[in-house]
Design a protein around this ligand. Structure first.
Ligand SMILES: *Cc1c(COP(=O)(O)O)cnc(C)c1O
Length: 380
């Protein structure tokens, strides 16, 4: 027998309370039970998003929320600025282009965050930009952006919206939708929200709704039609009912912990992971601003990162993630977001040490684990 441990940057672990809730008998989405359920999750989502804006619940993975956030606010020929600092920033660009949006792409070397000054420069060059698209946390490199500084640049502009992919940020980092004036915030169910894949969430400001009046490219992910229904605690089409039942329980658990504690837990775990990795003699990949959602770890010289990733699973039942594109073989990634605590980090570090030793790399077994234990223990 081999137990399995899920430390991938999505899907992530799901608490037993949420799994049990999702096993309840099916309810009908046009019946009063659903209205009551949906009212509760809408209020709790606004709490999590730190907003009084509409937060739409969509039946899709995170990318469906991203696509809707392009198609509903922009028309063919409109201009957008896209920050590309990894795989998911590249995706913003691809979506925009597929809807005929004219893209000015800010390319950032993988491992770095975008310098907000680059956004100021791009806006000077293209004052008629309708939308700026960024990642709050770029999952392919493990780097977080200074979302607040970027929001400060765009908030005063009357005709430009900021669209943030917060798919590995919401519920990890303090993203203040209303206080910072972020127009559109997108997240998905299978990252920090402690649910299986299948739901996307999008919050939409007044400024963004004004753009939606002009753009109309979509049928299924039509935000205006969806919002009309959702303001009446209904969905335009059949919702992912069981996932929404699970969502209610996940949000109940998150609320019981409280936003501040959620952010602090991710700070503690991420810090212990990074320090543990360094104590093992390895380096983390981000050159600046590492995200608290996951750690991208540089494979040591002579060791194939893909081999570390596959040995983790084959030998020890640990699912992590490898690198993408030119980082394939160079890095491997371990998530610490959502339903995670002290021993998730300790187990992950332990497995990494053992695999590296198995692959012939000279590591002192226990060095990283010991460092994490030091940082995570709670003396009375
Ligand atoms: C996971 C993820 C996505 C969405 O991916 P899906 O597979 O469509 O859920 C988008 N952006 C980031 C930063 C992610 O981590």
């Amino acid at each position: 027998m081999q137990k399995r441990y899920l430390f991938a940057p999505g899907p992530t672990q799901v608490p037993p309370e949420v799994l049990l809730a999702m096993a309840s008998p099916m309810i009908h989405h046009r019946a009063p039970d659903f209205v009551e359920l949906f009212e509760q999750v809408q209020a709790d989502l606004q709490w999590l998003f730190q907003t009084t804006n509409d937060v739409l619940v969509l039946a899709s993975s995170g990318t469906g929320g991203m696509e809707g956030s392009v198609a509903n606010f922009l028309s063919p020929g409109d201009k957008a600025i896209v920050v590309n600092m990894g795989k998911f920033g590249e995706r913003w660009g691809k979506i925009c282009k597929s809807f005929g949006v004219v893209v000015d792409e800010i390319t950032v070397e993988w491992g770095y965050a975008v310098d907000p000054k680059q956004i100021i420069d791009a806006l000077k060059k293209n004052p008629d930009t309708k939308a700026v698209f960024i990642q709050a946390s770029e999952t392919s490199t493990g780097v977080a952006n200074d979302t607040q500084a970027i929001a400060d640049i765009i908030r005063p502009l009357a005709d430009t919206i900021l669209v943030v992919d917060a798919i590995t940020a919401l519920g990890v980092l303090d993203i203040r939708t209303d206080a910072w004036g972020i127009d559109v915030v997108v997240t998905g169910s299978q990252k920090a929200l402690m649910l299986p894949p299948g739901l996307a969430f999008v919050s939409i400001s007044e400024k963004a709704w004004a753009l939606a009046d002009k753009a109309n490219n979509v049928f299924y992910y039509n935000f205006k039609k969806e919002a009309e229904s959702q303001r009446k605690q209904q969905t335009a089409f059949t919702p992912a009912v069981s996932l929404i039942v699970g969502l209610k329980e996940a949000l109940r658990m998150l609320k019981a912990e409280g936003l501040e504690n959620i952010f602090l837990r991710h700070v503690r775990l991420a810090n212990a992971m990074r320090e543990g990795v360094k104590a093992t003699g390895l380096s983390i990949f981000p050159k600046e601003c590492p995200s608290n959602a996951l750690t991208a770890i540089q494979a040591p010289d002579g060791i194939d990162g893909q081999k570390v990733y596959s040995r983790l699973r084959q030998s020890y039942g640990v699912t992590a993630a490898g690198g993408q594109d030119h980082l394939k073989g160079k890095i491997f990634r371990i998530a610490h977001m959502g339903y995670v605590d002290t021993f998730d980090v300790i187990m992950a570090l332990s497995a990494v040490e053992m695999v590296l030793k198995d692959l012939g790399h000279p590591v002192l077994l226990g060095a990283g684990v010991g460092k994490a234990e030091e940082l995570l223990r709670k003396p009375i």
